[in-house]
Design a binder for this molecule. Sequence first.
Ligand SMILES: [Zn+2]
Length: 168
Amino acid sequence: MNRRSFLSSALAFGGAALVPVPLLALAGDKGSKESGVGRLVRTDEEWRRRLTPEQYEVTRRAGTEAPYSSPLTDEHAGGKFLCVCCDLPLFSSKAKYNSRTGWPSFWTPLSKKHVREQEDRSLPEVRTEVLCARCDAHLGHVFDDGPPPTGLRYCLNGVALKFVPGKA
Ligand SMILES: [Zn+2]
């Protein structure tokens, strides 16, 4: 299947499709060739329709929620934090900690294969952006001032996450 016929069949499914990894090369996407989580592709219009304005602004426009605005910042129950756009499990309550920044913070993702990192030069300070490996949702940034054992601080927008209590 060439790229054009893939895109038209994706559109036939309402703009959404889980793309098997081999097709990624055809689509010119180098980012998650080895992610093994598949790809969820939707049009911008589709995302706008499916998400709340706040979820859309943060996940599809790389916005930042106001600190202390998300109830997930103080969520201390056991469970998993999923991508609000595609339900991919991203972070566990086991790696959550109180960073006193006002944003949900973790010292590691559930799997390195479930998140993608890329350089963000939108501010004078160069930061590392964290995105969902399946649907490219902007989640937040990762900094190197976190606690042991990784020393990392995944500083996330609660609005980009969906908390599912249960097995962490
Ligand atoms: Zn996602």
